[in-house]
Design a protein around this ligand. Sequence first.
Ligand SMILES: [Zn+2]
Length: 82
Amino acid sequence: MNCQELIRYLSDYIDRSLSDELHAEAQQHLATCHNCHVVLDTTRQTIYLYRQSGRQAIPAEHRAELFARLQQSLAARKDSAS
Ligand SMILES: [Zn+2]
């Protein structure tokens, strides 16, 4: 699984609605990818806040924002690695 796929599955992962196979793949990716781990934490907190305010799901635009943030941090990491 790569970062793009992880983001796609992230909310299902948090809801534990992935298949066992995908769940294991996501877990494996998260164990090795710091960026996605940060995004997971951020998304979890966001979902928690939404649920506290009585809303059930992350709006699509917020998910897009998280994805954009992840891509930015990946691009930054690529730059600093060279
Ligand atoms: Zn990743």
